[in-house]
Ligand binder design. Structure first.
Ligand code: FE
Length: 333
């Protein structure tokens, strides 16, 4: 009568009681575009038989939902971007630490929460993009130098409302303190050629269109646009190579405080930090694997290697509130 699988499931429920959910399932709340994660989850299911259900939404409603569900949690894992967001989730008390020697061995400490509440999975640099027609790379040096008069009317920036810029600013505050960071931001704002943009691709398009000569963007947006327009007269520049290095942020994952399938969720996260998943997960969005033993894709490697800032990325969260206040004071909309 019953297919064998259903029958076994029914028996398991009888034996273990109805409060227990099947362990061969993990539920992920994700703020990433479906196409970026589905192939990775499909590969895991094919190898292990563990089903992964994922719900996609923006990070704020997902976090609120986890908070509201409380002990009746349906989600095991929260997958999102930016250490600033993951840190927020940690502060809301909706995550729990994953203690894992596998994760600790695969992901450098600077890309994990010191609480073990989340770990990075892929990295992206927030770096300088420039017009190859109007700027020589020798004219560029640091993020700070984009505040020089030389760039007046030549800079494009994304809005200060985006967490990526808040995180970059947080690292500037950590490095220079508030007063100097405010000076830098004011310099950037006074160098703007036009209003801030709502996304990084618009910044790149503006450089391409001649509206400005330099901007600050995440590397994978450059990768996406470059794929569509191989002749794009815009290149990436790695700033601060003589001092602290390029600002690197991440996409990452954390286990919810009341995860219904904690063991299965932990196993999935461990797998996601390993070579096969890292290659796929980073490759799909032209990001850098967070596991340093895994090579980036050929396209990403083609942008050249660089020294990354060694600050723990959780600084982005710790100084987020300061960063937002400072950006506001500097007139960065
Ligand atoms: Fe993004």
């Amino acid at each position: 009568m019953f297919p064998r699988k259903q029958l076994l499931a029914a028996l398991a429920l009888t034996v273990f009681g109805t409060g227990v959910q099947a362990a061969d399932e993990v539920v992920v709340y994700s703020s990433r575009i479906d196409e970026l994660i589905k192939p990775v989850f499909d590969a895991y299911t094919a190898q292990t038989g563990v089903k992964i259900k994922f719900i996609t939404d923006k990070e704020a409603p997902l976090m609120q939902r986890i908070k509201a569900e409380g002990e009746n949690a349906t989600a095991d894992l929260l997958l999102t971007v930016d250490a600033g967001n993951l840190w927020q989730a940690e502060q809301m008390g909706i995550l729990q630490p994953i203690k894992s020697t596998v994760i600790d061995a695969n992901i450098p400490q600077q890309y994990r929460a010191s609480s073990h509440d989340w770990t990075g999975l892929s990295l992206r640099a927030r770096t300088i993009a420039y017009s190859t027609d109007r700027v020589k790379p020798e004219e560029l040096s640091t993020y700070e130098a984009l505040a020089d008069k030389k760039w007046e009317g030549r800079l494009c920036l994304r809005t200060a409302k985006k967490v990526y810029n808040q995180s970059l600013t947080a690292t500037l505050i950590e490095t220079h303190g508030e007063a100097k960071t405010e000076e830098i931001l004011k310099g950037w704002v006074s160098n703007l050629s036009t209003d801030v943009f709502s996304d990084d691709v618009a910044v790149l398009e503006a450089i391409n269109a001649g509206q400005c000569d330099v901007g600050i963007v995440n590397t994978y947006y450059y990768g996406r646009l470059h794929k569509q327009k191989p002749d794009l007269p815009v290149k990436l520049f790695w700033p601060n190579q003589a001092d602290r290095g390029v600002h690197v942020n991440l996409s990452g994952i954390g286990m919810t405080k009341y995860a219904p399938h904690p063991e299965a969720a932990k196993a999935l996260v461990e797998w996601m930090t390993g070579a096969e998943a890292q290659k796929m997960f980073a490759g799909i969005n032209q990001e850098f694997p967070a596991n340093p033993k895994v090579e980036p894709s050929a396209e990403v490697a083609g942008w050249g290697s660089f020294k990354a800032d060694s600050l723990p990325v959780e600084v982005a969260g710790k100084r987020q509130a300061e960063a937002i206040r400072l950006m506001d004071r500097a007139g960065w909309n």
